[in-house]
Design a protein around this ligand. Sequence first.
Ligand SMILES: *Cc1c(COP(=O)(O)O)cnc(C)c1O
Length: 388
Amino acid sequence: MKIEAADRVRALPPYLFAAIDRMKSEARQRGMDVIDFGIGDPDVPTPEPIIEALCRAARRPENHRYPAYPGKLECRRACAEFYARRFGVSLDPASEVLTLIGSKEGIAHLPLAMMNPGDLALVPDPAYPVYATTVRFVGGEVLRYRLRSADEFLPDLDAIPEEAARRAKLLYINYPNNPTGGVASLEDLQRIEAFAERHDLIVVSDLAYSEMFFEDPPPPSFLQVPGARARCIEFYSLSKTYNMTGWRVGFAVGEPTLCAALGKIKTNMDSGVFGAVQDAAIAAITGDQGSVEVMRRTYRERRDVLAAALRQLGLAVRPPKATFYFFAALPAGVKSMDFAARLLQEAGIVCTPGVGFGEGGEGFVRFALSVPIERIREAADRLTRFTI
Ligand SMILES: *Cc1c(COP(=O)(O)O)cnc(C)c1O
């Protein structure tokens, strides 16, 4: 029988959220009013000026043809302008910025561009599952390094075995962090850069949440660290900043050889981002940034309501300084999958079991603030009748 998926497909880890997804639809079928904190996807629409820019751009015939592979130069220039304005980092739009079909696309293709079979990548645990999965797709090896609550979910670099650090090629980092809400300061990033330099590692920095912050100073880019740009590729996305997850547009920026290798893979895999979406991205980045401030205010308010409710329940929570994720520690011995199942069945509240992000996420559940505040209040009310 040849209708059998390739080994890399069969080797995929079980989809740990399948059980929760099933329970969610069963609960809804029973008529339960489900409040879903499981989805890391903004519930607020894209700001109107960006939608208008798309509509105008969709009518321009030049946007109906295949786009330029690395993206329009104006679009890459807009990304460079953002980096200059926000981080004080100057980028050459032609060689240091690449347009992506959402940052996940670039993150997923990077191992194809940079890793040979047997090469090693250092990947945080817990983490966004895409990093480890796509390294394995190309026959790469993965060493997970733990992010611990006691370390504010920053990497404990000394715990990485010397031999592995020396052999590794890529070091993945993601700050502000999904799922933990951890934030790295410039000093933290300097420490990571020193480690990467000592072991000659390429740093893959996922910056999807840089604009979703609630406290000063705003989260830094890894490229702000002196020397970092010689070894880093960073992924920036419009998805979370402008509520544009469905639009599929993001950027890879950084060291030109890394950008060029990723660009070469992409030339052979896809045909770039719809020109009108790129025009809308330019409008988003270069236009009035009032909507970003509104976005922060919205999540800050929600965060504070949910924090009070989870505390009342007796969960140890630290409200995130950035990202829209609460990573709540469960009492010792409580499994994240069991807790999530009970919370759903008894209170109609969906959260994500931490174990779905790696062994290091066991003992935690993630609540995403992609729920309107009235519904968070309703959840808070239900939580008063729930016991762990
Ligand atoms: C949401 C998210 C992204 C962004 O993905 P896009 O493909 O740009 O929509 C990247 N990394 C992490 C960790 C995320 O949570």
